[in-house]
Design a protein. Structure first.
Length: 162
């Protein structure tokens, strides 16, 4: 297994993993992003995200991307610079191999290199294996906080009312 920074040529595989995650999270139709979006947004003059990819040699001795950790920087008014781990995805066939732990560790190392004061992410409450993994790693799952989002339709509806 090799973990490295992703590059534009990896985005087809990254999109495949994003789609696999959406299926796992029971929202396969929710992914609207394209390979071109990922290339533009992650590798332009001002990248909106960064990604680590985990690759292995497959049966055909070709390299195959089997996991990703996609993150971006945020700013906390209380803490300063932070990392938001948007997704940590491991192909189903590779779960339980330590690959997810290795990607997770790479994100924590990146946070240390960048001197961030917090690394944060969301986890679905029904994803018990992930919840347990994070708790066992020393992460705190915050009670009393709820994720709030406004989708594109919601933004449009809100603005139409102004």
């Amino acid at each position: 297994m090799n973990i490295r920074k992703g590059n534009p040529e990896d985005m087809k595989a990254v999109l495949g993993l994003i789609q696999e995650l959406a299926i796992f999270e029971k929202e396969p139709e929710a992914v609207v992003i394209t390979e071109e979006d990922l290339k533009r947004d992650g590798f332009g003059e001002k990248p909106l995200f960064h990604v680590f990819v985990a690759e292995i040699e497959n049966d055909k001795q070709a390299k195959e991307i089997v996991g990703i950790a996609l993150y971006y920087y945020r700013y906390s008014t209380w803490k300063g610079k932070t990392i938001h781990l948007e997704d940590l995805i491991v192909k189903e066939k590779m779960r339980g191999t330590g690959l997810g732990s290795a990607l997770y560790a790479e994100i924590m190392k990146q946070g240390k290199r960048d001197n961030v004061r917090r690394v944060e992410w969301n986890v679905l409450d029904w994803n018990t294996p992930a919840v347990n993994f994070y708790k066992n790693s020393g992460a705190k799952i915050l009670d009393g906080w709820q994720v709030v989002q406004m989708d594109e339709a919601g933004v449009n509806t809100f603005l139409e009312k102004l």
